[in-house]
Design a protein around this ligand. Structure first.
Ligand code: AMP
Ligand code: ZN
Length: 483
């Protein structure tokens, strides 16, 4: 039974979706004013592990994520005065965000909701709140009256003083009656993109965006809403206030918040200048999967300290897993079952699931996998691992990988290199610069492809990649490039 830590109740609870067949999730997506940094991606990887584990447990998932493509930062950085200019600017960064997600093997949401495409829904929600007496207008902006919503503070557990302190640092608001109140609709400023609505010319506040879009696609009450801990207050507290004031129904059942990626004791953040993007790390030669490994190596509720040593260690751990899979796939084995491997595999699967059921304890889950890899490597070396064990181990690998997504290195093709011509069927003509080991592997892979054993062919391609070469199949033959 999966247990998760629910910020709303402050407890670790058994997870029970409203609809037993399908879990409905909303995650707060990026603000697309620049490239996301790996601190942001720690949160997106945590959410990806959550989704993958829910799938592993047999649930179907419906996931919605927003893209904040209008706010102070996107307007400031783009210098846009029209919506078209703003879109041109933000679309670059949302495309870059999804490229990075793909490299980190983060599953795509079912719906990606852009704030600028949901203005009517936001205006309608604000009008509902106005009709119920939760809003006031000042200088063309509309504010939410916090004093009117009796449950305000139930997520963050902040008292009035804490709310005041938090509200003061929330730069997205201005000109309000009570320092705690937050803006729903911002009056248009000269030279800034804006919309004409029944609320007057302006643009939406950040909080209303997530309430309107999550309820549009997931209904007034849904299962899970996630972000990093900095979103608990004010963003998620305000989402609850807006949504529950409007619908008079419980908005979200489980709120999950991931801890930060930190650097020298401080949160990794754009404003602090202590950040790396995935692109920065790739330029330094790190494999995006090593970054994914690092980000999920510590359970999401614990802070993770970023260092280059962590990335190096993660790269090594990843290579061990990948070597193991290659060995497991390629070694010649006797038929039947050995004395230990079957039991070790069943136990590893159990421990893995137990760790993940415990509020997604990825560190323990990885420990279970590594203990198993060590045991099976011993069985292989001592000739005790047999064909049935291999099949069971490959199935287990498949299951671990459904959640961890670590067993296949990313292949990025860069310019330069050479080519290998295939003459006839599988015979290969090599360029002299390719060393013997690579040559053998390319040959084996080519034979595997001819035999239509594509799983093995992929394994061999991965191995070649690890040894520093990228190969591509073309009509003319196999092309190789040094990476
Ligand atoms: P933003 O693009 O600023 O809206 O942030 C996207 C997501 O990244 C949000 O869920 C943030 O809470 C989260 N985030 C920002 N900085 C960090 C960090 N250092 N570690 C983990 N998550 C972060
Ligand atoms: Zn949000």
């Amino acid at each position: 039974m999966l247990k998760i830590s629910n910020t709303l109740s402050g407890k670790v609870e058994e997870f029970q979706p409203l609809d037993p067949q399908q879990v409905r999730i909303y995650t707060c997506g990026p603000t697309v004013y620049d490239h996301a940094h790996i601190g942001n991606f720690r949160t997106f990887v945590f959410q990806d592990v959550l989704k993958r584990y829910l799938r592993f447990k047999g649930y179907a998932i419906f996931h919605v994520m927003n893209i904040t493509d209008v706010d102070d930062k996107t307007i400031r950085n783009s210098g846009a005065s029209t919506l078209a200019q703003l879109r041109e600017y933000t679309s670059r960064y949302s495309a870059a965000f999804f490229e990075d997600c793909d490299k980190l093997r983060i599953l795509r949401p079912d719906v990606v909701a852009h704030a600028t495409e949901h203005i009517p829904e936001m205006a309608a929600l604000i009008q509902t709140l106005a009709a119920k007496g939760y809003t006031y207008q000042k200088e063309g902006s509309t504010y939410f009256k916090i004093a009117q919503f009796k449950d305000y503070g139930k997520l963050s557990k902040l008292d009035a003083e804490g709310i005041m302190a938090g509200a003061r640092v929330d730069v997205d608001e201005y000109g309000k009656q009570d320092a705690r109140d937050f803006v729903l609709w911002k009056a248009a400023k000269n030279g800034e993109p804006h919309w004409e609505t029944a609320l007057g010319p302006g643009r939406p506040g950040w909080h209303v965006e997530c309430s309107a879009m999550s309820m549009k696609y997931l209904g007034e009450s849904f299962d899970l809403h996630c972000g990093a801990v900095d979103l608990v207050f004010p963003h998620h507290e305000n989402e609850i206030a807006q949504s529950e004031a409007a619908t008079e129904k419980p908005f979200v059942r489980y709120w999950m918040h991931g801890e930060h990626l930190i650097v020298d004791g401080e949160k990794m953040a754009k404003s602090k200048g202590n950040f790396y993007t995935l692109r920065d790390l790739e330029e330094k030669g790190f494999d995006p999967l090593a970054v994914r490994y690092a980000l999920q190596s510590v359970p999401y509720r614990r802070q993770l300290n970023f260092t280059f040593d962590l990335l190096h260690q993660s790269g090594k751990s990843l290579a061990r897993l990948q070597d193991f899979k290659l060995r497991l796939t390629t070694e010649k084995l006797r038929p039947g079952s050995g004395p230990k491997a079957g039991e070790a595999t069943a136990a590893a699967l159990q421990q893995f699931e137990k760790a993940m059921d415990d509020d997604l304890n990825t560190a323990q889950a990885l420990a279970a996998v590594f203990d198993w890899v060590r045991d099976l490597n011993t069985e292989l070396s001592e000739g005790r691992l047999c064909e049935n064990d291999r099949q069971a181990a490959l199935r287990a690998l498949e299951q671990f990988n459904q959640v961890l997504e670590l067993w296949k290195p990313a292949i990025h093709v860069k310019a330069g290199g050479g080519s290998i011509k295939l003459s006839g069927s599988a015979s290969v003509e090599f360029l002299s610069e390719v060393d013997e080991q690579i040559r053998n592997l390319i040959e084996q892979r080519s034979q595997a492809r001819s035999a239509r054993n594509f799983a093995l062919a992929d394994q061999l391609r991965d191995r070649i990649y690890e040894l520093g070469y990228i190969i591509e199949d073309t009509k003319e033959g196999i092309r190789w490039k040094k990476r």
